[in-house]
Each structure stands twice: as C-alpha cells, then as structure tokens.
Design a protein around this ligand. Structure first.
Ligand SMILES: C[S@@+](CC[C@H](N)C(=O)[O-])C[C@H]1O[C@@H](n2cnc3c(N)ncnc32)[C@H](O)[C@@H]1O
Length: 286
C-alpha cells in the first residue's frame, strides 16, 4: 500500500522530504520513492551492502505505508512511526480486546499481532486466505483467486476448520451472530452463503476435511485405499465451487499426502516444494 500521491514522501536513500510532484518512483515496483535518479541508482545497488533495493524490489515489502511511516520529529530528525496497538479496532475496546480482535493463532500456544495483517477485512466469499508456517514463525497471506487492481483483499474470519464452528462452519445464523458480536460485522443479504445449496456443499466440504484431518496421523503409517473417494470428492468440490478455495492449499497438501501414501503409485501433477512437504498443483490418477 503506497502513501496517497498527494502526500509528501521521503527519499528512500537520503531521506530528504520530497514534494508529491517531485517524487521519482522505482521503475519496477512503482512504490519506493526517491528525490532523484541518482539516489534511485545508488539505492538499487548500495555496493552490495545487503540492503540493496534490487534484492527485495519484487517482494513489495519494506515500503512505508499507513502502518509504517518515516516521520520527522521536531529537534530529532527523522524517525519511524509504527501503528500503535491503541489505534486498532475496536476503537473503544480495552488493550486485551484489541489484541484478541487482531491476533492470529500461530500454534496452540502462541498468537501474534501484525499491524498490516490486522488491516484485512472480512468477507464470507473471501479472495484471500492466511496460512501459518509455525516453524518459521510467519503468517502468510495468499490470494485464492485473481484479484483485480483496486479490489479489496479480504479473508474470511470464519475458519472452516475452527472447532468453534464445527457444527456451524459457514455463515448461518450462528456464525452470523458470532461475526456481529465479535467484530460488529453484519453479513449482507446478498451473501453467497445464504444460498442453501452452497451451504450444503460447504458443510460437506467441512465434514470431508475434518475426516481427512483425523486420518492424518495414521495414514502415513497405514495407507488406506478407502480414503480415495473422499480425496477425490474434496478436489472435485474445490474445483467446481470457487468460493470454497479458502482451504485449497491445506486440502491439496493433505490430499496429496493421503493419496501418495494410500496408493503408493498415484501420479501427481507438478510437484512444488512447500516448506518441508511437497505439494501438488493438481492431482490426477493415471
Ligand atoms: C481485524 S480488523 C480489520 C481492519 C479494520 N477495518 C481497521 O482498519 O483496522 C476487524 C474490524 O474491522 C471491521 N470489519 C472487518 N470486516 C468488516 C466487514 N465486512 N464489514 C464491516 N466491518 C468490518 C470491524 O470493525 C472489525 O471489528
């Protein structure tokens, strides 16, 4: 997220204030701002000191935005301003309320709050999801479909595999009440999950997914061909109902592991590395 173009910026290399009309943006990421072509050039390489923009230009990170900003401090020069926890939603809540509302569970024992991630609003038919990689202590925000320029990135605050929603995994009356009471979010009348058929499919998806999670510890030791219909049905649901892609990464990862161990010889699509596991971008039998 770059600062609005009407605002002054600070040169990413020499830190002088740059008026909006004089800003020179990096020609590749169009985010990092400079006062001159010279600063842009030096910052790109930085004599290989490890901070060179060339290294992380395409990662779209490290740029100042609403949560992270270079701010001049009277008598002290420039400082870094970060978003305070006090500034988080709910506006009139206690410190604990703010932490609860804006934190993610990283494992059973740990949670973390991230100023940028906590900016992401809820949408039942979300276009993005989050996945945690607890070994590396990072939370990843990933897109679940192509997102148009200017389209808001939203995740669903109802996690289908969250045990609290085991009986009511999609926005039905129960989860709508949860959204309203916890976040003050009113599920709109045109919410796609109000469609009964969609609710049935979503419920089936959750049940299958739950079953698969139950197998996980044992299937590695005792491969079971009975798993295959469930795996196939899950992949089918994910392929035909795009709004359920929320768990596609987890599903395909589990499906891949289950299929590989269940059949031994299952042929997979392109296999990519995913942390310590491998994940298939498409499962097919041959
Ligand atoms: C984790 S924060 C999301 C970011 C927040 N909008 C902000 O600017 O700090 C959660 C809060 O955002 C608001 N919110 C998120 N999704 C919403 C939605 N679909 N409709 C209305 N309010 C929403 C609610 O106030 C909710 O309690």
């Amino acid at each position: 997220m770059s600062a609005p173009s009407s605002e002054n910026r600070h040169c990413a290399y020499c830190l002088v204030t740059v008026l909006p009309e004089n800003v020179k943006l990096c020609g590749q990421c169009h985010r990092r701002a400079y006062c001159s072509d010279e600063c842009l050039k030096v910052d790109w390489a930085r004599n290989g000191d490890g901070q060179q923009h060339e290294k992380w230009c395409d990662l779209n990170c490290g740029e100042e935005d609403l949560d992270w900003k270079v701010i001049p401090v009277a008598g002290k020069g420039l400082g870094i301003g970060v978003r305070l926890i006090n500034d988080l939603e709910p506006a009139s809540g206690t410190f604990q309320d703010k932490v609860n509302l804006n934190s993610f569970g990283l494992s059973e024992e740990s949670i973390f709050t991230c100023a940028r991630m906590s900016r992401v609003n809820h949408k039942c038919a979300a276009n993005a999801g989050t996945i945690s990689a607890s070994e590396s202590k990072v939370m990843i925000l990933y897109s679940m479909k192509d997102i148009e320029k200017g389209e808001e990135i939203c995740t669903s605050y109802i996690y289908m595999d969250d045990k609290r929603f085991a009986k009511d995994p999609i926005p039905t009356d129960g989860t709508r009440l949860y959204l309203k009471n916890t976040y003050g979010i009113i599920c709109p009348p045109d919410c796609i999950y109000r469609d009964k058929e969609m609710q049935m499919i979503a419920k089936e998806h959750t049940q299958l997914f739950d079953n698969m999670n139950e197998w996980s510890p044992t299937h590695l030791v005792n491969p079971n061909l009975l798993m295959m219909p469930t795996i196939k049905r899950l992949v089918e649901i994910c392929e035909t109902v795009p709004i359920l892609e929320g768990n596609i990464v987890d599903i395909l990862l589990n499906a891949y592991c289950a299929a590989r161990h269940a059949t031994g010889e299952t042929v997979l699509g392109t296999v990519q590395s995913f942390g310590s596991e491998e994940v298939s971008s498409g499962i097919r039998e041959e």
